[in-house]
Structure formats: C-alpha cells, structure tokens
Design a protein around this ligand. Structure first.
Ligand code: GDP
Length: 473
C-alpha cells in the first residue's frame, strides 16, 4: 500500500534494506525509491557486500573507463595483453521481455561468480524499460563497441562460438582468443552445454570478452557446478531467493513505465483487503478465448479458495460495505477471460458476501517483440502482478516467472491444457518462487555421461510446469 499511513514503512523500505546502492539521483529513477512492497526475506550480508564490490568493479571497468578503453583496444587489434585489468560478459538482447529479464539476472550472477563486468546490449527498447542499476557508470554497451554490428548475427556456426571451437578442437591453452561467443539459447547442442562444466570454465576464465546469447534462466545449473558451490551458498543461504534478490536489485522500471505502474495501482488496486493476480498466457496459435482455459481459471481459483464462488439462484444483494473486498488483476494478450470473470462478479453475488473487482490493463492481441510501448506495458504488467498478495500463473511462461520472482510469491501454476480440456487438478501451488530453467543440460561433467541433473542435490529439482526443467527450491 502506498497511502500516507504507510509512510513509515515506505521510508524503512527505501533502498530495500541496503540491497540497493545509494548515490543515485532520485528523480532520474523514482521506482528505486518508491517501493510499494518490501522484500520477501533478508538478503545475506555477504550478498550485500558482494554487490557493493561489484559496483566498485563496474565503476573501474565500465564503458569508457581507462581499463575499458584498454581492453577494447586489445579486442580491436585481436591481440591479448598478459592480464587485462577487467574481463567482461556481454549480454545480447534476445527474445521476449520475460525471457530477457531472466537471462539478464542469470548473466549478472555469472559475472558476479567470475569477477566479470556485465555489459548490456541495449537492443531496441532496453534503455526505455530499465533504469541503470549500478551507480556512476552505465551498464549499457556504448554505440562504438567494436562487436556491436555482429551481436545479432553470432550463432552456432560462428568461428568464435565456444561449442564450435570445441568441435573443431581449437580450444587450446596456448592460444587464448580475445573473445568467445557463448550460445546458451534453447537450441544449444552438447558442446555448447559444456559451458556448465568446471573444466571448460577454466578455459573461459582466460578470455577477456565473453559474449552471451540466451533465452533461458540458467541459474539452477550454476548451482550444480562444484567451483561455484561454496560462493553460491554464501551468497544465497536460502536458495529460492536468487531471482527475487537479484531481480529487485537489477530491474527498476524507468519513470515512464513507473507511471504506468503507479497510476494503475492507485486507480484499481489500493484500498482493498486482498489483491489477486491472474496471469494468462495461452500457447496456442489459434485466436482465443478458449472455454477450457476459462473453466481452468475458475476451477483453480475456486478450488484453492483464492476467489469466492457466486450464488446463481438467489438474488439477495449483499449488505453494503460490511464485507471484505478483493481486487483481481488479470493480464492476458486477449480480453476474453477477463470479461467473463468480471461479468460473473457483476451479475451474481458471492457466497461470502465479498466484493470482487476485476481489472485488466491491456489486451495487446499478440506478442510484438521489440515494439516500444508494447513492451513498456508488458513490463508494467509484470511489475503490477508482482505487487499482488496471491498469484496464479500460466505454465511455461517467463512473463509469470518474472512476476512471481519479483513479488516474492509462490504462485498457483495453471497446468498446461492438453487436448482442449481443463486439466484436473487445474493448478498446483509452486514449491518455490524461483523461475524454471527450460532447457537444462543432463550431463555429468566428471563421469562424462548423461545424468538426471534434477536428482543430484535437494535444492535443484524438476519444475512443476515442465517435467524436464530445473528450478531452485
Ligand atoms: P513468455 O513468452 O510468456 O515466456 O514471456 P515473454 O515476456 O518472454 O514473451 C511474451 C511477450 O508477449 C511479452 O514480452 C509481451 O510483449 C507479450 N505478452 C504476453 N503476455 C502478455 C500480457 O499479459 N500483457 C502484455 N502487455 N503483453 C504480454
């Protein structure tokens, strides 16, 4: 709640208990300072100290610093200095917005673990969506970065691709390339996946520039690498908070997007007893809405007591002003589900007498990757969902993962419908608030053979919504 009565809470939450660095101009990024909802749990003092250390490194090595200029010069000439002051991970802007938020958090964690500096390809819309997370020096790649024109064309066939180098046996200790392209997208192959082996990290460690393309939240597999184990357990004693803390640290809506969030929140979501978020993502090429999806939404929310049922027989209006109120925030590319749920609570009284308002900010029709206002709305909606108290999400959707992770919420996940029927049970309460890694490797680096990576340690398990995926719990 952002009412005046909460101003004490509001002040206490400024900079999220030390997770965020001080030293920014408040007006340049209001969302850093106006937290509507606090953190879920406390970040470890070690994580906080590592973030401050990272910020110092970023200031030392970020765009146009002395160290950056020197390392870029080496990159241009293709020569390698003995020991560059700074090493980098370059994140390529790729895929839908939910995917990008998850991959950027994964890339940052990898940078933190390997003492590298993260630089972000701004793509077409990143600058309009996110504030700078690190003080003093930008995280965006400058326009004259030498590899800019190649970023979008790097692929598995590129000579600098790590997987291809392994196939060609061109990975040697004697000759270290000035940069390597890491292909970690959903279609990566067995060689690309060796990124997740300590042995290969030894080679990558020497390379000044690592350029990464991914559409996956690969964090869970970092937790299976012995070389990162100790550091990760110090950073995150509670493993299900990885995306929650890194996400709250990195992703602050720009003032434009924050306006979309705050105006909507204040108009529709304040002054209610409970906020329920319902994120609907239907992976079907035909235009919806589908009756089986609506059936599933109602079956889940009613069965789990997230929303009250309605009385269709009597028409006794509920007593005025006495009962609890709920605001339901729905998000979907189409408006069909929202209209049905809204009408249901208008046309009939609830069995509990509760008052239910149903709202949906946009219905954009279809995914429009790379269109500015479209993704500003998508980002605002993910953020708004994260501000709810109870969340229902759709299987397989990174849009929903971002909302649950930022919100510190264990969602009820709607199972993926098969054969146009609502699954029974319709949904399941998630084990943790962490996103699912959709395309993890199943390889035992030491034994050099396949293995079930979801059965090695108790804190890395198969996901609720994708049996082959991996998530932290
Ligand atoms: P995913 O495909 O569900 O994993 O999520 P992504 O965010 O990666 O890609 C889906 C894209 O479709 C989003 O970035 C949005 O541009 C758009 N989209 C999907 N669902 C919604 C929605 O509920 N609201 C809005 N505004 N856009 C959506």
């Amino acid at each position: 709640n952002i009412g005046a009565s909460d101003s004490a809470e509001f002040l206490k939450d400024t900079l999220l208990g030390g997770l965020l660095a001080a030293g920014f101009d408040e007006r340049s990024c209001l969302s850093r300072y106006h937290s509507v909802k606090g953190l879920s749990g406390n970040p470890s003092p070690y994580l906080i100290s590592r973030l401050r250390k990272y910020e110092a490194l970023h200031k030392e090595c970020g765009p146009y610093t002395k160290s950056y200029n020197k390392t870029v010069k080496d990159l241009r000439s293709g020569l390698l200095s003995e020991s560059p002051d700074c090493k980098y991970v370059v994140w390529i802007s790729y895929s839908g917005l939910g995917n990008r938020i998850l991959t950027l958090a994964s890339a940052f964690l990898y940078a933190l673990l390997t003492n590298r500096v993260l630089l972000v390809d701004p793509g077409v819309d990143m600058v309009d969506l996110f504030c700078e997370p690190f003080p003093d020096v930008s995280w965006f790649l400058p326009p004259d970065f030498p590899l800019n024109s190649q970023l979008q064309s790097f692929n598995q066939k590129s000579d600098q691709c790590h997987g291809k180098m392994l196939k060609n046996k061109s990975v040697t200790n004697s000759k270290v390339p000035s940069f390597v392209y890491l292909h970690l997208a959903h279609d990566y192959d067995d060689e690309d996946k060796l990124f997740f082996c300590d042995e290969d990290q030894k080679f990558l460690h020497k390379v000044p520039w690592l350029v990464m393309r991914t559409d996956n939240y690969f964090t869970p597999s970092l937790f299976l690498m012995p070389s990162f184990e100790h550091e990760l357990s110090n950073l995150f004693p509670n493993k299900e908070t990885v995306f929650h803390f890194l996400g709250k640290y990195l992703f602050h809506p720009t003032n434009k997007v924050w306006g979309l969030v705050i105006r909507y929140y204040e108009a529709y979501l304040t002054n209610v007893d409970e906020r329920v978020g319902i994120q609907i993502r239907v992976f079907d090429t035909r235009p919806g809405p589908f009756q089986h999806v609506l059936d599933q939404i109602l079956a889940c929310t009613l069965k789990e007591n997230l929303l009250p049922n309605v009385v269709k027989k009597h028409d006794i209006p509920s007593s005025f002003g006495k009962f609890k109120s709920k605001a339901v925030l729905m998000t979907s590319l189409s408006s069909g589900y929202f209209e049905k749920v809204r009408d249901m609570y208008w046309e009939f009284p609830t069995v509990t007498g509760e008052v239910v308002g149903v709202y949906q900010p946009s219905h954009e029709g279809h995914q429009q990757t790379g269109k500015q206002i479209h993704n500003q709305k998508a980002w605002a909606e993910m953020y708004l969902l994260s501000l709810t108290d109870v969340l229902v999400t759709s299987s397989w959707s990174t849009f929903g993962y971002v909302a649950q992770g930022l919100g510190g919420l264990k969602p009820w996940i709607l199972y993926k419908p098969e054969n146009e029927t609502a699954p029974d049970p319709p949904c399941q309460h998630a084990m943790s608030m962490e996103p699912c890694f959709h395309a993890p490797p199943f390889y035992d680096c030491k034994a050099k053979r396949g293995t079930d990576t979801g059965a090695l340690v108790p804190h890395v398990r198969h996901c609720e919504d994708m049996s082959w995926g991996l998530k932290l719990v």
